[in-house]
Design a protein around this ligand. Sequence first.
Ligand code: NDP
Ligand code: TDO
Length: 281
Amino acid sequence: MILVFGGNGQLAKAFQFQLEKENKKFIALNRKQCDVTDYIQLKSAFETFRPKIVINASAYNLVDECEVNYFEGFKVNAFSVAHMTDLSKKFGSFFVHFSTDYVFDGSKCGLYCENDSPNPLNEYGKSKLLGEKFLLQSQSECLILRTSWVYGNSKNNFISKLMGWCKNNEYLKIAYNEFSVPTSAYDIAYYSLIAINKGLSGVYHLVNSGFCSRFEWAKLTLSLLGINKFLYPVDRSIFNLKANRPFFSAMSNELFCRNLNVEIRDWQNALIDFLQNYYEK
Ligand SMILES: NC(=O)C1=CN([C@@H]2O[C@H](COP(=O)(O)OP(=O)(O)OC[C@H]3O[C@@H](n4cnc5c(N)ncnc54)[C@H](OP(=O)(O)O)[C@@H]3O)[C@@H](O)[C@H]2O)C=CC1
Ligand SMILES: Cc1cn([C@H]2C[C@H](O)[C@@H](COP(=O)(O)OP(=O)(O)O[C@H]3O[C@@H](C)C(=O)[C@@H](O)[C@H]3O)O2)c(=O)[nH]c1=O
């Protein structure tokens, strides 16, 4: 039995799609069914389902909000992870967890590898890094997959935000100087399950291949959707957002691919596939 936490999230939905496709036995619990910040509810979920594998797709992902509500961010992204780790150990479950490119400060000249030192610039990144640390310190059987700029079916990703900006503006201002790897939630789910099946453990970077700026991502998305809007490339500092974000946080998926003997398609082809086959407007 596979148990998924954070069942209403975009990654959790992609997992449910893939698990159904592979005929796997699973249960996905949303926040109402199990609040991961509540140890009693977590324990009861472990007791009820006795999962062989736990996939934690829950998170506090509002990066700007997290600067203010950092207590909530740390509760979900770090302390709940410690509790899930503890319960996974007790119940003999293999724990799969997700982390972010925002654990890095973006000052490296090149793609980030697993052995590069994290140095998060914002509270969200700090809370995610603490979650990683709790998990690694426990020396339990686990897999931590760091990913970036995730999109799936959700109202809270860059593509959905882009659609909102399109509705309300004659032209769009898009940052040309922020780089990472847009990554399809469907690709993450697909490759995570391969990794789980092959018994991969430790920390790995799981992203689509290549990298781009927010501007390039927006441009390709609108052109694939046939939306004709003028995109004005701007310096990201004009947005005055609460959270500081890394300038270049693109990660390399080389270690993940080498260990599993797989190739992961580039972000452009993943985006085409998503918009054609999965995107719910
Ligand atoms: N989105 C991104 O760009 C990136 C995401 N990641 C990581 O990937 C993972 C999945 O993220 P993603 O699917 O994108 O995020 P989403 O925001 O789409 O999903 C997160 C889910 O967690 C749920 N949740 C929040 N708090 C709790 C709680 N206390 N108890 C139970 N569930 C809770 C939310 O519930 P509700 O629907 O009720 O709000 C939501 O459904 C996370 O670990 C995230 O940090 C890593 C890099 C990039
Ligand atoms: C308001 C605005 C922002 N931007 C750019 C600059 C800004 O840094 C960026 C913010 O987009 P988002 O809010 O989608 O970005 P953000 O929420 O920071 O996205 C991050 O989420 C967390 C969960 C992660 O783990 C990261 O990998 C990353 O995906 O968009 C524009 O280009 N035009 C605009 O009009």
